[in-house]
Design a protein. Structure first.
Length: 381
């Protein structure tokens, strides 16, 4: 009997979309080792010359003009992709994507970005007979995600489900599954052993992340954190921004035995396990990973748009705070030094959530169930 095949399509506009695809693929493989999964970033795969150039331009816009990004996000919030974008997708992707699908013969296609979602939707209108699952990778939903050809939407929260219902998506086509995280985030680790393995000291520890693209840290926040270094261990992670990492390494301000500098790493789960507080931009994936690890979060540098919605959700949930003033950091400095046992105890309690969509394996579990139902339906059982 042929093994079931799942094709996951994403785009590199931010790291979260593709990260979610890989996390879901790894989760499904862990639950069903016989499953075959393939993750493809459509633009980079089909147009290796133009794709990276477009992503680079987008990245620079996010870094230099975040308010413009937010304005465009809100202006187009309830609209689907415009005609020009659809025409571009048609010219660049449709034919080649059809060829990829013909070659791979997937039993199920999952899209974690609106662009491949639009491409597959059009192919379905033209006769492609494969179920399409759309995984929305934030705690908000833009109109560009919505297409009639989508078989099932997987969403982070009941609020996102309600937003889709307002856009006339049938309730039966929406399932609240949470955003998937890699199996490395499904369980906690031996903190004492990890501290030794990572060359750290057993002391209050703060992890500061700049986001997957390595957007520069807030200088005021960094200067305040550096002043903590005699008493609190600091781990700065710059993501893929190698230039920022080298700049920090050459600065005397970061030359302290309790300050550790990281670039891109595939072990962020371990760094979260050994940390007591996460300071980060509120990207959908990072927030979800932090929630899976039960680590309290502080948000800075929120980009208008989906990051605002992400931050609002986790603040209301009680898992995070906004750094609206230095007083927030001063309060956490006090907590880490003088209320450390309460901080650790609170983190342990956060693992006791009974809501299914907050279980880190739930999304992968539900996709496998959808695939099983699809198999039974196609076989007439």
């Amino acid at each position: 009997m042929r093994k079931k095949r799942v094709l996951l399509l994403s785009e590199g506009f931010g790291t979260g979309h593709t990260q979610a695809a890989y996390a879901l693929a790894a989760g499904m493989k862990k639950l069903d080792p016989d499953l075959q999964c393939r993750v493809i970033e459509l633009g980079k795969f089909l147009n290796p010359t133009m794709g990276p150039l477009i992503l680079s331009a987008y990245r620079k816009t996010v870094s230099s003009s975040p308010k413009l990004v937010g304005m465009l996000y809100r202006k187009q919030y309830d609209k689907s992709l415009n005609r020009l974008t659809k025409l571009a997708l048609h010219r660049i992707f449709y034919t080649h994507t059809a060829q990829v699908i013909q070659q791979l013969k997937p039993d199920l296609i999952i899209c974690t970005h609106p662009f491949p979602n639009a491409v597959i939707s059009r192919l379905k209108r033209k006769g492609l007979n494969v179920s399409l699952i759309t995984l929305i990778t934030d705690y908000d939903v833009h109109g560009t995600w919505v297409n009639k050809e989508v078989t099932q939407y997987l969403v982070s929260t009941p609020r996102v489900k309600n937003l889709l219902l307002r856009r006339n998506v049938p309730a039966a086509s929406i399932q609240v599954t949470g955003i998937p995280v890699h199996p490395n985030f499904w369980e906690g680790a031996d903190k004492e052993q990890l501290v030794k393995d990572l060359g750290l000291k057993r002391m209050p520890t703060v992890l500061i992340m700049s986001g997957g693209w390595g957007v520069s840290f807030n200088k005021e926040i960094v200067n305040l954190l550096i002043s903590w270094a005699d008493q609190i261990q600091l781990i700065f992670c710059t993501g893929s921004n190698e230039k920022l990492l080298q700049k920090m390494k050459s600065s005397p301000a970061f030359n302290h035995p309790h300050i550790h500098l990281l670039g891109y790493t595939k072990q962020i789960d371990k760094w979260m396990d050994v940390s007591d507080l996460l300071i980060t931009k509120p990207g959908g994936m990072t927030c979800t990973e932090g929630m899976a690890k039960g680590i309290p979060m502080l948000f800075y540098g929120v980009i208008p748009g989906q990051e605002e919605e992400n931050s609002q959700y986790f603040v209301e949930l009680g898992s995070a705070e906004m750094i609206h003033s230095p007083s927030v950091l001063h309060r956490w400095h006090h907590r880490l030094l003088y209320e450390y046992k309460q901080v650790e105890s609170s983190r342990v309690n956060s693992f006791m959530s009974t809501e299914p969509e907050k279980e880190p394996f739930y999304c992968a579990q539900q996709v496998l169930e959808l695939l099983r139902q699809e198999t039974l339906s196609s076989s007439g059982l």
